[in-house]
Design a protein around this ligand. Structure first.
Ligand code: SAH
Length: 226
């Protein structure tokens, strides 16, 4: 796999497709169904992430986001996907193989709080590593698994800080916050408090949630780095 530096100024983007559909990628504005909150996040990220880019799935889980990111960055790009559970990584590995994904994903069996260390190691390995354009967090527990094994406010916040620090200008960070499980509401609150105090000159943060669904809200945050 080659890691090429994208040396074109962001405003020109001659090599960057107008939509992901112009590349090999199976995602674009027109194909997305933005009435699902996660699809909405994917559709927005698709406008910021292109073939050859670097991206991070901070919570691989069952691999839905990893697969999306892998398709988006293509054979010349790279995805770092973190999870603390081997079962999650196995499930992600299986999903990628089934989808016939290129060899552009590194599955990392460590907490996302080690993100900066891994990005530094990547830079040492290849100084031409492409800019980090997208980071996705899907917090909570692994669906279909032990509900007590969840992401935690302290480590999620640490990883979020590292992600926002490492993102390239114009890059985007997405967070899905779940409030229905034990500790979920507190974690969502901690993340919201953190993003709400981000300097508007440096970041723009969009919050969305399904407002006509009974039960515990799922909140989507999109943080765009200026
Ligand atoms: N709740 C979501 C899925 C979340 S999956 C949904 O319903 O779709 C969250 C994943 O984060 C799990 O697979 C879990 O193992 C992982 N995780 C927990 N702590 C982590 C950490 N510190 N770093 C990386 N992944 C972590």
């Amino acid at each position: 796999m080659s890691l090429r530096m994208n040396d074109t100024p962001p405003q020109c983007k001659p090599n960057r497709p107008q939509t992901a559909a112009d590349s090999h990628v199976g995602y674009s504005k027109s194909q997305a169904t933005p009435f699902d909150i996660l699809e909405f996040a994917h559709a927005t990220i698709a406008d910021h992430l292109f073939p050859g880019d670097l991206s991070v799935d901070a919570t691989a889980g069952n691999g839905h986001d990893t697969l999306f990111l892998s398709r988006q960055v293509g054979t010349d790009g790279l995805v770092l996907a973190f999870d603390v559970q081997e079962t999650a990584l196995a499930s992600t590995r299986k999903r990628l193989a089934k989808a016939g994904c290129p060899d552009n994903v590194r599955l990392i069996h460590q907490g996302h709080e080690s993100l900066a260390l891994h990005l530094d190691a990547l830079k040492n390995e290849n100084p031409d590593v492409p800019p980090l354009r997208a980071v996705m967090f899907n917090l909570g527990y692994l669906p279909g698994s032990d509900k007590s094994l969840t992401t935690k406010p302290e480590t999620s916040l640490s990883a979020l800080r590292q992600a926002l620090d490492a993102l390239a200008p114009g890059g985007i960070c997405s967070l899905m916050l779940y409030t229905g499980h034990a500790g979920g509401r507190e974690e969502a609150q901690a993340v919201l408090e953190h993003v709400e105090q981000l300097d508007i000159k440096a970041f723009r943060c969009l919050r969305s949630e399904v407002c006509n669904k009974p039960g515990s809200p799922v909140i989507s945050l999109l943080v765009w780095k200026r």
